[in-house]
Design a protein around this ligand. Sequence first.
Ligand SMILES: [Zn+2]
Length: 170
Amino acid sequence: MTHPRRLIRAAIEDSGITTLRCECGANALHMIEEFFETLDRDPDSLRERRDWMEGHAMSGSFHHRPAPAVAEILMAALPFYPTGAARTVILEVLLDLSDGDIDDLVEQCQQVIRPGVWLFLEEIASGLSPASASLAFDILLAVEEDDWVAFAREQLSDMLPAVQLDPGYG
Ligand SMILES: [Zn+2]
């Protein structure tokens, strides 16, 4: 097993997901294993689709019990996917998890995602991917890091699409 794979495995165990029942009735570990298997093999098949999570960690905008553990694992995995479609997919999922019908599970996801504020700012500042920068900005908005949203609009404006610079956006 490579070092990144070993560290992601440690994050999976630490998240407690192996003790959680998935919304589908199976052990919640199944969905995260299927996710990484597909992410490593064919990340484009996961772009803008979250079928793997639908009915397992979320249904529509409604979070299920494994959602915070999924957020925790993906935050740990994010640095190991520095570029490309896989990184964009992880950011898409984190955005899904950071927003939704307001309840305790959304709040728990936001608490896990919020300490990653520097990862999201770095994503915007890097200029590597307009799609990923836009997602990172939406995550900052969703977890209500208002000061950093304002900072990004002021200091990183050339890295963001015009629509996101509008104070009325979001
Ligand atoms: Zn399931």
